[in-house]
Write a protein that binds this ligand. Sequence first.
Ligand code: SF4
Ligand code: SF4
Length: 344
Amino acid sequence: MDAGAVKRRAKELGADLVGIASAKMLNAFPPDPRWPQTPERISPYCRSVIVIAQRIPVGAFRCKTNTPVQYIDMLVLRRMDKIAYRLAEELEGLGHPSFVTAAQETDWSYKRASYGRLSTRHLGVEAGLGTLGLEVNILSPEFGPRIYLTGILTELELEADQPIREQVCIGESCSRCLHSCPADAVLHFDIDKRACATEAQEFGFSTILKFFDRVVDTLPEARAAMYRSRDVFGFWQGLLRVVGSFGDCPRCLAVCPVGNDYHAHLAELQKVIPEKTPEKVAIAKGFKEARARGDEISGLDAWNIRWVGPDGYKGIVSRQLQEFKKLQQERARLPAAAESAKDS
Ligand code: SF4
Ligand code: SF4
């Protein structure tokens, strides 16, 4: 089975995007060399990583609350895992040992934040599926950051895809993710993960720890009321349905203007960002000026630029928008042409 056949099969199984990264490259370029998230730490025999991405249906970002996105995230992850599992199983059937990584796991020994044994966003960049944005989500040209990714580690040597060199993210002059972020977690092609977790993991690990700290400090007679609080309900719901324990805040995904799904269904609705403040605008301006001056910016340094797009922003979003509008005009003309053909 060659790379083309693997990718066709992944698409047949339902993957929205698929690419291949070489294990050798992933081992040579860990996102943070101090904490190497590399295939060789998992298996010394892995030759290639097949990366698949599933889009998050855009309808969930058009709702009044965040709950539909939180619920659908879980369904997307389940579907993605099933597709990846089937592909790994078929590769094994053909004699190539293969397995799926846990896409949302956290390695306890890493950095005291949510870092997995592999970084799926970096896998996606190496497999040519997108580049990292200002908020370091992976932005795919097709669906912007509204995707989940996973990797199938295989001992089969496959021809790897080339990373996209052009920066898919519009960058500092856009900064819509920064404007929308309720936790002020978006940095300069970097993120404050702990600040993000206060919104994205409302009932996550640190909330649980804080809750039990409070329980210990509370008089026994007052504890019963705490056990019946919204917090405990949130923990229960998180265990049962994942909702609340991660992926709770969709704001930076909803407002990112990359992707035809955005042009088609989100542009009008998300045009105004209610969370935008003069302070956030000033931060974005500072980022823009710092980049123009050539200041040292760790998210864009010689190591990290690889995943942001070493050629810089070349207008991919405006090209995409023009194409999209052209297509829409052609579609609008079709019924009119059919009507006039009927009349003649
Ligand atoms: S998920 Fe929410 S809190 Fe986290 S960076 Fe995005 S907008 Fe900010
Ligand atoms: S919202 Fe703008 S700045 Fe943020 S990731 Fe998307 S394109 Fe980049």
